[in-house]
Design a protein around this ligand. Sequence first.
Ligand code: BES
Ligand code: MN
Ligand code: MN
Length: 462
Amino acid sequence: MTQTNYITQNKDRFISELFDLLRIPSISADNAFKADVLKTADLVAQFLQDAGADGVEICPTKGLPIVYGEKKINPDLPTVLVYGHYDVQPPDPVDLWTTPPFQPEIRTTEIHPEGAIFARGACDDKGQMFMHLKAFELMMKTDTLPCNVKFMIEGEEEVGSVNLDQFLKDNKEKLSADVVLVSDTGIIANDIPSITVGLRGLSYCEVQVTGPNRDLHSGLYGGGVPNPINILCEMIASLKDEDQRITVKGFYDNVIELSKEERQAMAEAPFDQEAFKKSIDINDVEGERGYNVPERMSIRPTLDVNGIWGGYTGEGAKTVIPSVANAKISMRLVPGQSPEEITQLFQAHFESIAPKSVKVKVNPLHGGQPAVTPIDHPAYKAASAAMEETFGKKPVPFRGGGSIPIVAAFEQILGLKTVLMGFGLDSDAIHSPNEHYGVFNYLKGIETIPLFYKHYTDLMSK
Ligand code: BES
Ligand code: MN
Ligand code: MN
């Protein structure tokens, strides 16, 4: 049977099996879901085994387990290490979902007229990870697997892959390969295929500002004592200047600026600013002076408040001066910046701008290195050739704004380059309510992945 026939004949099952995976709420951030996360690991292992992998195991870590499996056909042929994650982001705010986040359903949208799968994790990353399992099954069943393959599917990506470095260090031999293949990013549009060649890093901190030792009556005390929420807001506001540049001392010191030529090449990738604004219902864009919107979202570092809380947030009015105010602050980093260094600079700066009247604590949560992946590597060329075949157009290389910290670890610990051959769309609402993944994209991925293997094996044996 041809690969195309195999997809046509099995596509309903490919979708229903993905639904089984999407029904389990594998939320890594919330310990209350630990049993579900473990159940998901079991199911992934089962699917991997059923697809034809050998040596399938659920490898424990200090945190959530990693599912491993492999197929070695010939030591003289190249080995591809496939990485993905089976954990998902919390679905909150749940009320904003049209259908419940863990009850997958197919609906059409303007961008996905052929239907999209709505569920938390549909695109990030269960749907994209599962394309690899189904593409592998297809190659096994049609007897077309051209090289060796290893799978490493983790359960802590959405919480910073904190135990993965150790796993890589402890399993260098087992994970030895020629390249890492990941589908956890996107393409520009379904008619504009693209390959991500860079990701931003991340430094994530929680801050706490404490004023009086207890909540106070805002009439009796108001005006005479520090209000930690007011102060936190002033401190946060001062973190950017009028050009929207980040004021943390030393923040930009090691940023590697792109050359004029590199920026010109980037500008070749289509970007429709009006459609962009409309898609998220904003009247205007904003950001660092001197850079356009795609640049601000990919090659420039950022600082954003992700959450802020304190005081009274219940129904009605309560007159109170809170004792404590909190915020979660993340910084996206670009090549040249190291998360450890930026976290230190942020901490020192944030403490230094606090007025004497309050106490400030900065608690670093996690970080990740930025990554740039090569376009002259045989695996990039193979991905490009594979996508050109299935999309009918040569994909354009572009830098993404998100982070996959593990990509830098693959290079540093295993000495491996990564190819980011993702099939999602920015409009798929990953991490947001109503996350979805196009049926077109899902099947296109299953169709493209085997071609990657074929081209990569061909290029490597020349
Ligand atoms: N798959 C995303 C990253 C991504 C999505 C990159 C789309 C490029 C395009 C990944 O699961 C993710 O969400 N990463 C986190 C970082 C992590 C340390 C929590 C992120 O970027 O916020
Ligand atoms: Mn992801
Ligand atoms: Mn994610």
